[in-house]
Design a protein around this ligand. Structure first.
Ligand SMILES: [Ca+2]
Ligand SMILES: [Ca+2]
Length: 226
C-alpha cells in the first residue's frame, strides 16, 4: 500500500517531465544496479543487410514471458541503430509483451530509473506505449511518443521515473502496449539504468537539523515580538 502511493506520486512527478534526448550510457553510469542494461549479452552473430533480429533470443539477467514475442536487434536495421552498443530490444505490440529483472535494492531507498525508447510505427500513423511496472504495480507510461510513418525520425527518447523500494528485491518490468486503432509494430528499448538516490551524509543531516532549530528560533522570536 505504501509503495503504491509512493509509486503513484513518483509516476505523476515523472509524467511532468518531457522526453528528452541525451547521451547517457548505462554501462558507465555510476551505481547502476541493472544487469545487462544495454542488452548486449550474450553476444549474437551480426547479420548486416539481412534481418538482424532474433525473436525470443536469450537475455542475460532478464526474463521474457515465454509466450511473448520480444526481439533482440543486432546492428543497424531499418535505419535504426542501437542507442548504446550494438544490440537493443523490440517489445512487439502486435501482441502484448513484457520483459523483467529482479533488482537488489535497499528497503525504503529511493531509486531513479532512466531508459531510452524508440517508437516503431506500423500500419499507418499509429502509436504504442512502453509501460513500467514495479513489483507488478504500474509506475509509469511513456504515453504516445516518437515518430510516425509519414515522418520517421528514428529518434531515441529518454524517459525517467522514480520509485521507492519496498524490499530487498524489486521487480522492474517493461511492457509493450498497443494503442487502440491501427496496429503498431512495437517499441525499441535500450540503455536502462536504476541508481539509488544519494543519501545525505551525517554532516549534512546535522547542518539541516541546525538550520531547522535556527528556523524554530526565528519563529519563536517573531512570536515574542507580537
Ligand atoms: Ca544496447
Ligand atoms: Ca518485431
Amino acid at each position: 500500500m505504501r509503495l503504491t502511493s509512493f509509486a503513484s506520486l513518483a509516476a505523476l512527478a515523472s509524467l511532468a517531465l518531457l522526453p528528452s534526448v541525451s547521451s547517457a550510457q548505462c554501462a558507465t553510469t555510476t551505481g547502476n544496479i541493472v544487469a545487462n542494461c544495454s542488452f548486449e549479452s550474450p553476444t549474437l552473430p551480426s547479420q548486416p543487410g539481412n534481418y538482424p533480429y532474433y525473436p525470443n533470443a536469450p537475455f542475460t539477467g532478464w526474463t521474457a514471458n515465454p509466450t511473448d514475442n520480444v526481439e533482440r536487434w543486432v546492428g543497424p536495421y531499418e535505419g535504426i541503430s542501437s542507442k548504446d552498443g550494438s544490440a537493443h530490444i523490440e517489445l512487439n505490440v502486435n501482441a502484448p509483451t513484457s520483459l523483467w529483472q529482479h533488482l537488489s535494492t535497499v528497503t525504503g531507498a529511493t531509486y531513479d530509473l532512466s531508459f531510452f525508447g524508440l517508437h516503431r510505427p506500423g500500419g499507418g500513423n499509429s502509436f504504442s506505449l512502453i509501460e513500467v511496472f514495479i513489483n507488478d504495480t504500474f509506475l509509469f507510461t511513456t504515453g504516445q511518443f516518437g515518430n510516425t510513418l509519414s515522418s520517421p525520425s528514428k529518434t531515441w527518447f529518454n524517459f525517467n521515473a522514480t520509485f521507492v523500494a519496498a524490499g530487498t528485491q524489486t521487480k522492474l518490468e517493461f511492457r509493450g502496449k498497443n494503442n487502440p486503432g491501427p496496429t503498431s509494430y512495437g517499441n525499441h528499448l535500450d540503455d536502462v539504468s536504476v541508481v539509488r538516490r544519494a543519501v545525505p551524509e551525517p554532516g549534512t543531516l546535522a547542518l539541516l537539523a541546525t538550520g531547522f532549530v535556527g528556523l524554530l528560533g526565528v519563529a519563536r522570536r517573531r512570536g515574542d515580538a507580537r
